[in-house]
Design a protein around this ligand. Structure first.
Ligand SMILES: [Zn+2]
Length: 441
């Protein structure tokens, strides 16, 4: 069975970018089989199901390289309770995240999944402890997922909190066991729509022993790894106080850096650290929206020049990758006082193609023959997207969630004409509101 998306503007983005007009995209199973002129479709694919995309654009879906879906529970609270960026750390106390049941966690996770799909995300890396508790519910959304079980062994205080770091090796072993179980059950599930990664929490939440053990398991399973790195100035202080070095050097000394690592944040970094990370060709997940909310910014241009790949992530409370992509471009332009760079092409590529590459998903993240059919259909007949002189620039600068009409992952629609197909949107939103109202009281 083949599907034809006919007459949309097809956006192909790798090192260059192109917009193909008067063409149709042919999808068979999970793959983009062909891109042909409209005039040839009937002859070449007479039996295919046709979807008319006149006045629409077909973009790659977003690759969210760092999120915690269940922290949708903290929406409206944690955005405005950032840790201090100057001593004393961690600064004004933040309200603790309320305890909720396993079933309630599932609702909050699905709320995040729905928000992701509606804003055009097709793949997300979920980073959390205890993913097994909700992996099955989450995968039913139809999203492509990388499930990264987060492991740590610190038992004194939390990340960014000063003091002597005390660790419990058993806590680490428990985390490794959970990770192995998650891998056994979910890695390569549904023709590899679901894969598994491994996560250390952060330099100040993982002892040298923990980092070595996680890296060993990563190598054994041949999966990608991730960590929160140079996230907060409190973390930098912690690593200096406890190990006499910087967070990135600490990871290098403990064999954690590689080209299969996605380092999230990288905001509080010295130039020496940026060069170290670049030397290993690690990816930086530029979590621009949360970075802006925290009043911090990574040096993206420098990190890229030193050898890092730049991808993007949402982190907490907000799964909207359109906002993440745009904020990332705006932040860099302000930081560099450069009104031309990064370009919309660079911003778009980071949020799509680069993300797929960093997540280890081959043949994906762009719309070309042989690529995975992970795509979104965007309605261009909107005042803010008109005139259509430069569609990529419009999308990065002006795109809105409600422009996204349909979302396809692995050749299957998971949202069609604004309707979420695999989850009960109204029920989940209602329940999520009830849960948050009760627990935050
Ligand atoms: Zn995070």
């Amino acid at each position: 069975m083949k599907t034809v998306i006919r007459n949309g503007k097809i956006i192909t983005c790798t090192d260059t970018i192109s917009v193909q007009e008067n063409h149709s995209l042919i999808i068979e199973k999970d793959i983009i089989l062909d891109i042909v002129p409209n005039s040839e479709v009937k002859r070449k694919y007479p039996d295919a199901t046709t979807i008319d995309a006149t006045n629409k654009a077909i973009f790659s879906g977003f690759a969210n390289c760092h999120t915690h879906f269940r922290l949708t529970l903290a929406r409206g609270i944690f955005e405005n309770e950032s840790p201090s960026n100057t001593p004393p750390f961690p600064g004004l106390p933040r309200r603790p995240l309320p305890e909720i049941s396993k079933e309630e966690h599932q609702i909050m996770v699905l709320l995040g999944a729905i928000e992701s799909i509606k804003s055009g995300t097709t793949v997300a890396m979920e980073v959390a402890e205890g993913i097994m508790d909700y992996a099955d519910e989450l995968q039913k959304s139809g999203l492509r997922l990388v499930l990264a079980e987060q492991i740590s062994d610190r038992i004194s205080g939390s990340y960014g909190e000063p003091g002597e770091i005390k660790s419990d090796p058993q806590k680490n072993e428990n985390g490794l066991e959970q990770m192995s179980n998650l891998y056994s059950k979910w890695h390569d599930y549904d023709h590899s729509r679901i894969t598994v990664g491994i996560a250390a929490w952060s330099p100040d939440m993982n002892s040298p022993n923990s980092l070595h053990r996680i890296r060993s398991l990563q190598d054994k399973l041949s999966v990608i790894s991730t960590i929160h790195l140079n996230q907060l100035w409190g973390e930098v202080q912690n690593i200096k106080d406890n190990y006499g070095t910087t967070p990135t050097k600490y990871l290098e000394e403990n064999n954690f850096l590689s080209d299969k690592l996605i380092a999230a944040h990288c905001r509080c970094m010295t130039t020496e650290e940026e060069k170290i990370l670049g030397k290993y060709k690690s990816t930086v997940s530029f979590n621009a929206a949360i970075a802006a909310r925290r009043g911090l910014s990574p040096n993206i241009k420098d990190l890229e020049e030193f050898g890092c790949k730049i991808a993007m992530g949402s982190d907490n409370m907000d799964e909207n990758m359109i906002v993440v992509m745009r904020t990332g471009m705006f932040m860099e332009r302000v930081r560099m006082t450069d009104g031309r760079n990064p370009t919309p092409h660079e911003a778009y590529k980071r949020a799509t193609y680069n993300g797929y590459k960093s997540l280890g998903i081959s043949n994906a993240g762009t719309l070309s023959q042989g690529s995975k059919a992970d795509l979104i259909i965007v309605n261009l007949l909107q005042p803010h997207l008109t005139p259509q002189t430069n569609i990529i620039s419009n999308w990065v600068h002006m795109g809105q969630t409600h422009d996204v009409e349909s979302v396809m992952v692995d050749g299957k629609w998971i949202m069609k004409e604004h309707k979420i197909l695999n989850l009960d949107e109204e029920y989940i939103i209602t329940k999520a509101n009830e849960i948050a109202a009760r627990v935050w009281n």
